[in-house]
Design a protein. Structure first.
Length: 132
């Protein structure tokens, strides 16, 4: 939520920013906000399409051209309701940033693996090298 509007912002290591923003400020009260992402796989570093919904109504759609593979940010955290490390972008807010609304429930559904067996082997090899 940013200035009363639902926003999903994906920062691709500052190389690109992908943003889905609802056009309207939400009315007071309880709402269900969902972001659904469809990966353009199988394959490594593909893009995808995102759909932002409020109360089951589509409020924003967009396409992400590609993604980053084989990279894990060691100093970032998975925050819900607060951002304590680096901000998603520097123009919307500064960290630390806390959401002052109420979150009743968060659900994260990860889809099935979309890599071929050969690509999965490459992922395991890259992870093993990173752990050496």
């Amino acid at each position: 939520m940013l200035k009363g509007k639902p926003v999903f912002n994906y920062n691709m290591l500052i190389l690109a920013q992908y943003r889905w923003e609802g056009p309207d400020v939400l009315t007071p009260g309880k709402h269900t906000i969902a972001f659904e992402y469809t990966y353009d796989g199988p394959g490594i570093a593909k893009g995808g399409s995102g759909v932002l919904k409020v109360d089951d109504k589509i409020v924003a759609t967009g396409k992400q051209a590609n993604s980053i593979s084989f990279l894990q940010i060691a100093d970032e955290t998975f925050d819900v309701g607060i951002d304590t490390r680096t901000g998603v972008n520097d123009k919307d807010y500064q960290v630390p940033f806390a959401f002052d609304g109420k979150i009743n429930k968060l659900t994260v559904n990860l889809g099935p693996m979309q890599l071929t067996e050969m690509e999965q082997t490459k992922v395991r090899a890259a992870a093993a090298r990173a752990n050496d």
